[in-house]
Design a protein around this ligand. Structure first.
Ligand code: RIB
Ligand code: CA
Length: 315
């Protein structure tokens, strides 16, 4: 039985691959819709990039909902330095086409609430690959959805790894630390992919070539934008490729055995100062805090990229 998901995202190159991987895996994933949040770039651009991605997959009928343009309290922080001005810049300079289809009129937060309420309890999974503003707002507006959710699968946080937007914090959590704290404390079943695991999933030159040459029409377009996406992190970290963060969430829903992790108590620092947005895991249960998340700590990067290539070739 395919897992019903809402993918809340801020496309963003790696978000786009997560969307494509979900669309290419109908036996495992029933993608009910995309809810979009401001993050990597402003909301107008993240919505446009979500629409571009549906067209690339020839799935323009997939509903796209615009959500919150900015965090609950913090000033907006974006990442054009990583994703380019469009948020989905390409190496060739040719941006993906934008479809005729328009964004839905319903707000993303209302879509999340209505969808969870209209499905059987514990049958809808929220996947979050951007700042958690939409999800925290949905929970604040409709606390009843928490116990109706199957789980929340999050790309975000950094536990042993240093942060990527500040020394302490990962981007998705840092942009809206108050939303993140609210989600981690809400009581839902949470699975979290932090930089500890995503930094093991590098888009090496060999893997980029495999996507370009063995993942069909869609793979060629994906390789063009991942080639751009690689540049910033390769110069920042000196690695052979940027981390492919967001698709880890979808790949786990398809093949959970690719990854490993364990239940831990996770807290989010929402205080102003150098630790704003830090995610802290109680690795050895030294506090009396109950574990509230399954923290993913490792995975088989070859299996992840083989899955991405194999599935994209089917679109
Ligand atoms: O820190 C990486 C995360 O922030 C990814 O989800 C990327 O798309 C950005 O949203
Ligand atoms: Ca993202």
């Amino acid at each position: 039985m395919a897992t019903k998901i809402i993918l809340d995202c801020d496309p963003g190159h790696d978000d786009a691959v997560a969307i494509l991987l979900a669309l290419a895996s109908p036996d495992e994933i029933d993608l009910l819709g995309l809810t979009v949040v401001g993050g990597n770039v402003g909301l107008q651009s993240t919505v446009t990039n979500a629409l571009r991605t549906t067209l690339l997959a020839n799935r323009e009928e997939l509903p796209v909902y615009a959500g919150c343009p900015r965090p609950i309290m913090q000033p907006m922080v974006t990442a054009e330095h990583v994703h380019g001005d469009s948020g989905l810049d390409t190496a060739s300079g040719e941006l993906l086409a934008v479809p005729q289809t328009k964004v839905q009129t319903a707000h993303a937060v209302n879509m999340i609430i209505d969808t969870v309420r209209s499905h059987e309890p514990e049958t809808v999974t929220l996947v979050a690959t951007g700042p958690l503003t939409n999800i925290a707002t949905a929970i604040a507006m409709a606390p009843d959805i928490v116990e109706r959710l199957q789980q929340i699968v999050i790309m975000g946080g950094a536990f042993h790894e240093p942060g990527n937007i500040t020394p302490a914090a990962e981007f998705n959590i840092y942009v809206d630390p108050h939303a993140a704290r609210s989600v981690f404390e809400c009581g839902a079943n949470i699975v979290v992919f932090g930089l500890d695991v995503t930094h093991q999933m590098l888009i090496s030159s060999a893997r980029l070539e495999a996507i370009k040459n063995h993942a069909g029409r869609v793979g060629k377009a994906v390789a063009d934008f991942l080639d751009f996406f690689n540049q910033y992190d390769m110069s920042k970290y000196g690695w052979d490729g940027a981390p492919l963060h967001d698709p880890c969430t979808i790949a786990w829903l398809i093949e959970p055995e690719i990854f490993n992790g364990r239940d831990m108590a996770v807290t989010v620092d929402s205080n102003d100062g150098p630790n704003l947005g830090r995610t802290v895991a109680d690795w050895y249960q030294v506090t009396d805090r109950k574990p509230n998340a399954k923290v993913m700590t490792g995975g088989d990067s070859d299996r992840l990229f083989s899955l991405v290539v194999e599935r994209l070739s089917q679109l």
